[in-house]
Design a binder for this molecule. Structure first.
Ligand SMILES: [Zn+2]
Length: 299
């Protein structure tokens, strides 16, 4: 098997991925797709435009432009991902003032009725009690907590039952009462009982980089709670009902994890699995992967 011959602690960061960022395999398949116009404009300032006869082109037909990309599949671990890997600067273009006025206006331009959806998203998740129950199977309160990518802290578990709650987030949202926003420099040499990384890894270009960063704030006793969307397409690929070629468009979720791929990634990052479950939410319309892990002793 062709494999990336490198440690996951320092990966080569090419614009277009040529290896699986979960397991390192180079056995990738690809299929054409489009980058959604909202993402293309917010990340790259590539605006959608209509081509008409005034362009004077001979070999191109008139019509709406779309930014093209590839859907990649790792044949070894069923990880499905966008071939374009955004740089840190590009990710900050996308996530600064996340769901703020400018973001919402641009998104409404391309995606009608986004504003209403945004209002629902801002209200927060409805399954926080399920998250808390799952984590408590493996630990006891009170806990010192770091919510990595926790935004305002509205979805942070155990808000009224914890020693302290720190939020680290690249965005610039104000955090809710009972939580403290921290920067990378505040995090130096700090360890937490529980680190929460919910709905983050599907957005980042190199999830292993995020996990190695998080590990710096873990002791051998710390738990890490990871939550990811269990995308419908992945469930259908795992059940052999659909193919990666059915993924025709890419939006903010640039990584679609299969169960196998996230478990391989944890291993590459020397994290030991403690617990895993699939949780159905929103009346079964949406599924999540919930994972509890800890630092591996053998390092
Ligand atoms: Zn893979």
């Amino acid at each position: 098997m062709k494999q990336l011959n490198q440690s996951f602690e320092k990966l080569p960061k090419d614009r277009i991925a040529d290896f699986c960022i979960c397991c390192g395999s180079k056995k990738l398949k690809n299929s054409p797709a489009v980058l959604m116009p909202f993402v293309a404009e917010r990340v790259f300032n590539w605006k959608q435009i209509k081509i008409d006869k005034t362009w004077g082109l001979n070999t191109i037909q008139n019509g709406q432009t779309y930014s093209i990309c590839n859907t990649l599949l790792c044949s070894k671990c069923n990880f499905v991902f966008l071939d374009i890997r955004f740089s840190d600067k590009e990710l900050s273009n996308l996530y600064n003032n996340y769901r703020g006025v400018k973001y919402t206006k641009l998104r409404e331009k391309y995606e009608k009725n986004y504003e209403k959806r945004n209002r629902d998203l801002i209200k927060g998740i409805t399954y926080l009690d399920e998250v808390e129950k799952f984590i408590l199977k493996n630990t006891k309160l009170p806990l010192s907590i770091l919510d990595w990518g926790g935004d305002t802290g509205k979805n942070t578990p155990f808000k009224n039952h914890s020693k302290k709650i720190h939020i680290y987030d690249v965005g610039n949202s104000k955090t809710v009462n009972g939580t403290i926003k921290v920067s990378k420099s505040n995090l130096k040499n700090r360890k937490y009982d529980l680190i929460v990384c919910s709905n983050v890894l599907e957005h980042v270009s190199y999830p292993s980089e995020t996990l190695f960063d998080i590990k710096k704030n873990m002791s051998l006793k710390s738990l890490l709670y990871i939550e990811l969307p269990y995308e419908k397409l992945i469930i259908e690929i795992e059940n052999k009902k659909k193919s990666y070629e059915d993924k025709k468009h890419w939006h903010e979720h640039v990584n679609f994890f299969s169960k196998k791929s996230i478990l391989k990634l944890l291993k590459k990052c020397k994290l030991k699995l403690v617990d895993f479950r699939k949780l159905d939410v929103a009346e079964g319309n949406f599924s999540l992967m919930q994972i509890v892990c800890r630092k591996d002793f053998d390092q």
